[in-house]
Design a protein around this ligand. Structure first.
Ligand code: AMP
Ligand code: ZN
Length: 153
């Protein structure tokens, strides 16, 4: 099996599973950003946000919130980040859709990965109009084109 997350779903890869249901599995990230950092995945293989079906996406985000609530009870964090990376340019490294659920504390060392500064309003408006006029197609990301196939289960 070439996809490491499909292997976890199949019970063939080691994982600290913390939650699961008919459609999803949640397990601890082996490179945690903060203590508790976990991943939620659909049992069905899809590469990324552009490819995943609406139902699997809905089940996965619902499971991410359930996990956040569990972590809220267990770890008492001050907040959460729920993150998804889509494409290598956006830091995706495992090509089976997943949501990171990262518990956050006021005192933790994580930093916002961009420096907020006001954009040019005309440029923002021009980009907004380009987005509005585009069709919402599931065009492959560069990762889809360039990354080796991560398998389908
Ligand atoms: P991303 O870079 O957004 O695709 O996230 C992939 C995440 O999967 C990274 O945070 C890795 O640390 C994590 N990861 C990779 N392999 C495993 C594994 N076998 N078990 C748990 N987490 C993993
Ligand atoms: Zn997979």
């Amino acid at each position: 099996m070439s996809c490491i997350f499909c292997a976890i779903v199949a019970g063939e890869g080691p994982a600290e599973i913390v939650d699961s249901d008919e459609h999803t599995v949640a397990f601890m990230d082996i490179n945690p950003a903060t203590p508790g950092h976990a991943l939620v995945i659909p049992r069905n293989h899809s590469r990324d946000l552009l490819e995943i079906g609406d139902d699997d996406l809905a089940h996965t985000i619902a499971a991410a919130r359930r996990l956040a609530r569990r972590m809220g009870e267990a770890l008492e964090p001050d907040g959460f980040n729920v993150l998804n990376s889509c494409g290598t340019a956006a830091w995706q490294s495992v090509f089976h859709f997943h949501l990171h659920v990262v518990p956050r504390w006021e005192t933790d060392p994580l930093e916002l990965p961009w420096v907020p500064s006001p954009g040019d309003p005309e440029e923002i408006a021009a980009t907004a109009s380009k987005i509005r006029e585009a069709e919402p197609k599931a065009k492959p990301t560069r990762a889809d084109v360039e990354a080796p196939d991560s398998g389908e289960g």
